[in-house]
Design a protein around this ligand. Structure first.
Ligand code: CMP
Length: 243
């Protein structure tokens, strides 16, 4: 439990965005950060809500989605520990641009807009780090938009699975303190905890189309699908479906 400001400060120091703060400054931010916990599936906020809070993921994972009036949802991104969300409303003063929910039990630190803005004024290097994150999210969004527009369902689902494989590998490498980003694809079995609907939402396809392609992959021995999970046996083979 992180009830003490000291513990929160030590934790904040590990987030890349705050690494330039001194111990004193970290303690000041930590005193303002409110720990929150969400159950699996719990909505943290909804698209259109008005709020002046930003969040940093401490543990677990959150999913950012947009829902069409027809009921279909599109997953824009999933964020892991250390990532910030809720900053767009802070910058543009509009309502929430998307809904955010906990994929699994998740804890966050919540910071109010006025407190973050004060830190940004005295530490412009933090603003630059936030810009770098925004730039890479915009790139990822462009990538997704291009895939959605130009790629058939098979390529989108294969890209989605590959991205999940890479995310699981990065998490595993971080957990054992190993260096990541060295290798590319290795022939190691990876378990993705996601339903076929989750995969379809991430790929921006209907559940039926995603399920049909997953069945093709299963027949080809590339994956095995089970209840709420997909086991990828041959990640490299997924690349053959991506054009
Ligand atoms: P905000 O608009 O306040 O609330 C929803 C949040 O989801 C948003 O801030 C960003 O933090 C995050 N978000 C929205 N769109 C994306 C995206 N395409 N990629 C990653 N994060 C996003």
């Amino acid at each position: 439990m992180l009830s003490q400001g000291e513990d929160k400060a030590a934790e904040l120091a590990r987030f890349p965005i705050f690494e330039s703060l001194s111990e004193d400054e970290l303690r000041q931010v930590a005193d303002l950060a409110v720990p929150r916990r969400y159950d699996e599936g719990q909505v943290i906020f909804r698209e259109g809500d008005r709020s002046d809070t930003c969040f940093i993921v401490r543990t677990g994972r959150v999913r950012i989605t947009r829902t069409h009036s027809g009921g279909r949802s599109l997953t824009l991104a999933e964020l892991a520990p250390g990532e910030m969300f809720g900053e767009l409303s802070m910058f543009d003063g509009e309502g929430r641009s998307a809904t955010v929910e906990a994929v699994e039990e998740t804890t966050t630190l919540a910071l109010l807009e006025r407190d973050i803005k004060r830190v940004l004024r005295t530490h412009p290097e933090i603003a630059v780090k936030m810009l770098v994150r925004l730039a890479s999210r915009l790139r990822a969004a462009n990538e997704k938009l291009a895939r959605q527009s130009f790629q058939p369902v098979a390529g989108r689902v294969a890209s989605t699975l590959l991205a999940q494989v890479e995310a699981r590998r990065a998490e595993a490498a971080a957990a054992i303190g190993a260096e990541d980003g060295d290798d590319g694809i290795q022939p190691v079995e990876i378990v993705i905890e996601a339903t076929q609907s989750d995969i379809a939402q991430l790929a921006g396809s209907s559940r039926e189309s995603a399920s049909r392609f997953l069945a093709d992959l299963e027949r080809a021995g590339v994956v095995t699908t089970g209840r709420g999970r997909v086991v990828v046996h041959d990640p490299a083979a997924l690349r053959r479906y991506i054009f």
